[in-house]
Design a protein around this ligand. Structure first.
Ligand code: MD6
Ligand code: FE
Length: 215
């Protein structure tokens, strides 16, 4: 077959990052439409919203969760809870297509026992970003995190175990999945400001899904 530069039919490939962390390039490409449909289904049950940080800032990415646990932030702090603070109702169920993708990616990366109970959906519009942070509100740091990028490209920052460690810059594209655990589990990371670049499936918008085992 002739390679087609304009369609996303390339076979996935792996790029090791640091110990315990890998980028699975295009791992989610073939499921992207179903994943985006599932995101839409979740967002119909519980809206994407911009949360407040404990310091009183409004996050630039809009978020919603699905699964038995959801990550939230407000003036009281960062935490996981079983209910949506907007409604006090349980978070929407995690659609099977999301869970299956996360488990397959974790297995491919060497974490065969991953069973996520939380999926955080982030929506970035042009101008949105996420500063360097650690994911450390989960109970068991032996469990990895699986992070799926859909839509517009962005630059991911992947740092060290101290905030002051200079991060690498890793361009992430539609369908890329970062899996991260073991000695890398508590590395600082973030994304640079989203530029206005259209993707055929999302327009000028990027979705990031991070799957975690919260409890
Ligand atoms: C993002 N990602 O890619 C933000 N966290 O939009 C994260 O915060 C993240 O990609 C833990 C592990 C992988 C990630
Ligand atoms: Fe994170």
């Amino acid at each position: 077959m002739t390679p087609d530069l304009f369609s996303d039919t390339a076979e996935p490939w792996e790029e090791p990052l640091e110990d315990g962390a890998v980028v699975l390039r295009r791992f989610a490409s073939s499921d992207a439409r179903e994943l985006l449909d599932a995101i839409e289904q979740v967002a119909r049950q519980a809206p994407l919203r911009q949360m407040q940080t404990p310091g009183g800032h409004t996050m630039s990415a809009a978020m919603v969760c699905c699964g038995s646990w959801g990550w939230v932030t407000d003036r009281k702090g960062y935490r996981y809870q079983t209910t949506d603070p907007l409604t006090d109702r349980p978070w929407p169920d995690m659609p099977a297509v999301l869970r299956d993708l996360a488990r397959a990616a974790a297995e491919q990366a060497g974490y065969p026992d991953f069973d996520p109970d939380a999926c955080l959906i982030n929506r970035y519009l042009p101008g949105a970003k996420m500063g360097l942070h650690q994911d450390k509100d989960e109970e068991d740091f032996e469990q990895p995190i699986v992070s799926v990028s859909l839509g517009s490209p962005i630059v991911f920052q992947f740092g060290g175990l101290r905030r002051s460690d200079r991060p690498q810059k890793i361009p992430l594209e539609h369908g890329d999945v970062v899996v991260w655990g073991g000695p890398s589990r508590l590395r600082y990371h973030g994304v640079l400001t989203l530029k206005s670049v259209e993707h055929p499936l999302t327009g000028a918008c990027r979705y990031n899904l991070t799957f975690r085992k919260a409890r």
